[in-house]
Design a protein around this ligand. Structure first.
Ligand SMILES: *Cc1c(COP(=O)(O)O)cnc(C)c1O
Length: 362
């Protein structure tokens, strides 16, 4: 029988990790240990949050006035837009460079802003020296968003998260630290006058997050009979699974304790092994044809990063994205395909042979 892979649609934990995740015990001390770890690593004051977008909203709120204009990468996740809005601020989208999927000094220099969120898309770093210089000259505060790039180093050797006035981490599905949900913010400059999140995680959320990797594995199993997608859709319908984009922003809600424990394990591992980038990307011609050919070979690609300049597609209209001022982001969103790094080269080889045929010629 053909080997089938269900790429990027469900948490791809190994069997061992799956069990460890679902039956992990979390204690209050796990939250304290994670907070201590983050405070040492990023040199600031840390708070644990329900998810990455809540962390990002707190980072903005503590460092910028309401109504501030905040530069956001023109190729991003709806969560980032949502965080800026929830903080009471105005997102200003900047176009990207095709090679790094990040804004550059060239694409931000004419924008008026009070803050800028550096996201290091898919683990590809920005030219930090140049952006830092521009930010200093224009009195713009840098916030780093590590959802894609925990542990990644900039060209000058500094680690992502050690540059800005605040740093936000996400522990969401398929992020560089993945415990299904959770996040953290580190205040490195202005200390918060607000209290740490106080509300307990909802029991329904915690259960859902515990069992998600199990459901992911079941859906991959069902992919053999082409029922994996339908199974996932059904679970979403009955609220046993939640799509990442629908994870609600709540600045006052705590992380689940077991997720704090899992996040700390992963962060410690990352420090030892020093990886962090999450996806390799390719810009291709005739993407629809490519996806068909990949599916015929047993490779199902779902949930690209990103299929629209601000994804997922169902939220795109709501954002009012300035397509005219971000043409590269629009083009890239129509051509990109990306491959999560948790697969081995061997597993991916047949898919890569197909993808290579479609890669855009420079
Ligand atoms: C996913 C994501 C976040 C926040 O994610 P949560 O789902 O809220 O944890 C922030 N920034 C980027 C770039 C992301 O992709």
């Amino acid at each position: 029988m053909k080997k089938l892979y269900f790429l990027g649609a469900a948490a791809n934990y190994s069997r061992k990790e799956r069990l460890a995740h679902t039956f992990s015990i979390g204690l209050k001390s796990d939250c304290e240990d994670l907070t201590d770890f983050l405070e040492k690593k990023y040199e600031g004051r840390a708070m644990l949050t329900k998810n990455g977008r809540s962390a990002l909203a707190l980072a903005l709120r503590v460092n910028l006035e309401k109504g501030s204009r905040v530069i956001v990468n023109g190729f991003t996740c709806y969560a980032v837009y949502e965080a800026v809005k929830a903080a009471g601020m105005e997102p200003v989208f900047a176009d990207i460079d095709k090679k790094t999927l990040n804004f550059t000094v060239e694409t931000i220099k004419d924008l008026k802003a009070d803050g800028i969120i550096i996201q290091n898309t898919l683990g590809n770093v920005v030219d930090i020296k140049a952006i830092e210089k521009w930010a200093e000259e224009n009195d713009v505060k840098i916030i780093e968003d590590l959802a894609h790039c925990t542990g990644v180093k900039y060209a000058d050797g500094r680690e992502a998260g050690t540059v800005g006035v605040a740093t936000a981490l996400s522990f969401g599905k398929d992020k560089s630290i993945d415990t299904i949900s959770g996040g953290a913010v580190i205040f490195r400059d202005k200390m918060p006058k607000i209290a740490a999140p106080r509300l307990k995680p909802r029991r329904s959320d915690a259960l859902r997050e515990r069992f998600y990797p199990m459901f992911g594995a079941m859906s991959r199993g069902l992919a053999h009979i082409h029922a994996g997608g339908a199974f996932m859709k059904f679970l979403v319908l009955i609220h046993w699974v939640q799509k990442s984009a629908d994870n609600k922003l709540e600045m006052n809600r705590k992380i689940s304790k077991f997720e704090a424990r899992r996040a700390l394990r992963q962060l410690e591992l990352l420090d030892k092994e020093g990886e962090g980038t999450i996806r390799d990307f390719y810009l291709v011609e005739k993407r629809d044809e490519l996806l068909k050919e990949l599916a015929e070979a047993g490779y199902y690609f779902e949930g690209f990063w990103y299929e629209k300049p601000v994804s997922p597609e169902r939220y795109y209209e709501k954002v009012g994205f300035p397509e005219d001022s971000c043409p590269v982001a629009v083009e890239v969103a129509s051509k990109i395909i990306n491959v999560p790094k948790f697969y081995s080269e061997e597993e991916l080889a047949p898919a890569m042979d197909i993808i290579k045929k479609y890669v855009e010629k420079a």
